[in-house]
Design a binder for this molecule. Structure first.
Ligand SMILES: NC(=O)C1=CN([C@@H]2O[C@H](COP(=O)(O)OP(=O)(O)OC[C@H]3O[C@@H](n4cnc5c(N)ncnc54)[C@H](OP(=O)(O)O)[C@@H]3O)[C@@H](O)[C@H]2O)C=CC1
Ligand SMILES: CC(=O)[C@@H](O)[C@H](O)COP(=O)(O)O
Ligand SMILES: [Mn+2]
Length: 385
């Protein structure tokens, strides 16, 4: 029987890669519902090609344009209500959560509570409300299958192993667009510079997060929530080639690593078809051509966002929520040309140090902390950066 798939964020980088995996395996997967923001043209193309039963757009205006282009057999919804309807669509068995940012939290939680298997790319929802998502998944008895490449790698390396035999998780980082830039050079870094990721083609927000290494900080927290290890057992290692996607070291000194070309279709395929593996088109990894793999330790002075993420993760409660929300606002402002690159870390730092920490927040307290951090981060003046 085929998996009935919903994609939240279908028009984005993860969304389009997911549709490509599905296109290569029509016998395994059927697309039943899609949700996106405002990319009308891409949604019309996808709806015509995959014939879902329902689609939803972020705004009424976008939905009307999509509806105009499709026949009546595809229902077109919009707004928060439409998104939740798609996330919990009755026929769906598997929901790919690939909206960018913590706005992915509500639909991801709703999909879990509706008993859908989750393929999780939207790391921000897990950072923002880790205990709420993991408890909801446990209660509903649904698996959260990682799509993020490092977590897919860790998931594969941990397969069949006992947790108590693990020494540490080693999360690899490319170092992002500014891997070889000095702090002095970063003062003048532009959005165009930050968007030149050395290895991966991704959406703008995660690409900027790669450049600050906030992405790696978020991924350390993501690993904590997905696999249940304390922060002391989760390390980051800079690996410029992005060939080793992460590793697990065991107490006997053995290390398991998952390798592959930097192609998100591989972890997406693994999440969708777990525990099977399906063939994918693409060139096999050529070790002779790669010839070497390099590593170095990340430096907390060079990458304060990584340091703040470890601290926020260890503090727990509402600190990760605030870190994530302030970062989302700052990245958006940077991409809009409103603030310099180094103001991102400055805004996150200010928000964390001004926040009234709540140790065991409810969902509404998380939503309130997220709202507070966004407003606070927007208002921070950056003249002295
Ligand atoms: N790209 C990658 O390779 C990887 C991404 N991730 C994570 O996956 C998530 C998605 O990243 P990525 O695909 O790169 O991002 P993109 O920016 O490429 O895509 C974001 C998607 O979210 C949709 N969206 C935005 N706002 C709304 C809204 N209000 N309602 C509904 N949908 C909305 C966009 O729709 P529209 O364009 O129509 O406005 C788009 O489909 C992020 O959390 C990222 O960290 C993790 C690992 C790798
Ligand atoms: C592809 C993927 O999973 C991204 O999250 C990736 O990790 C970005 O690369 P770096 O953050 O290592 O630069
Ligand atoms: Mn990743």
């Amino acid at each position: 029987m085929s998996e009935k798939v919903v994609i939240l964020g279908s028009t984005g980088s993860i969304g389009t890669n997911t549709l490509e995996v599905i296109r290569q395996h029509p016998e395994e997967f059927t697309v039943v519902a899609l949700a996106a923001g405002t990319n009308v043209e891409e949604m019309i193309k996808q709806a015509k090609a995959y014939r879902p039963k329902v689609v939803s757009m972020a705004t009424k205006e976008a939905a009307e344009k999509v509806r105009f282009a499709l026949d009546d057999s595809i229902q077109v919804l919009y707004g928060e209500e439409g998104l939740l309807e798609v996330a919990t669509y009755h026929e769906a068995t598997f929901v790919v959560s690939a909206i960018v940012g913590s706005r992915g939290l509500a639909p991801t939680l709703a999909a879990i509570q509706a008993g859908k298997k989750i393929g999780l790319a939207n790391k921000e929802s897990l950072i923002t409300a880790g205990h709420i998502i993991t408890e909801a998944a446990k209660k509903a008895g649904v698996p959260i299958l990682p799509i993020d490449s490092e977590h897919s790698a860790l998931f594969q390396c941990l397969n069949g192993e006992r947790k108590q035999d693990v020494q540490r998780l080693i999360v690899t980082a490319s170092g992002g667009a500014f891997r070889d830039w000095s702090r002095e050079q970063l003062v003048n870094a532009t959005p165009a510079d930050a968007l030149k990721h050395p290895n991966w083609s991704m959406g703008p927000k995660v690409t900027v997060d790669s450049a600050t290494l906030m992405n790696k900080g978020l991924e350390v927290m993501e690993a904590h929530w997905l696999f249940g290890f304390p922060y002391e057992q989760i390390e980051v290692l800079i690996h410029p080639q992005s060939i080793i996607h992460s590793m697990v070291e065991f107490h006997d000194g053995a290390i398991m690593a998952q390798l592959g070309s930097p192609d998100m279709k591989v972890p997406i395929q693994y999440a969708l078809s777990y525990p099977k593996r399906l063939p994918l088109s693409g060139e096999p990894l050529d070790f002779v051509q790669i010839s070497r793999l390099d590593f170095r330790k990340p430096d907390f002075v060079q990458y304060p966002c990584l340091k703040m993420a470890y601290e926020a993760g260890r503090a727990g409660g509402t600190m990760p929520t605030v870190l994530n929300a302030a970062n989302e606002v700052a990245v958006e402002q940077f991409l809009a040309g409103e603030i310099p690159f180094l103001a991102i870390e400055h805004k996150v730092e200010e928000a964390l140090s001004s926040h009234q920490w709540i140790p065991h927040p409810s969902l509404s307290e998380i939503e309130e902390a997220d709202r507070w951090a966004r407003e606070f981060a927007k208002k921070i003046k950056i003249a002295h950066v």
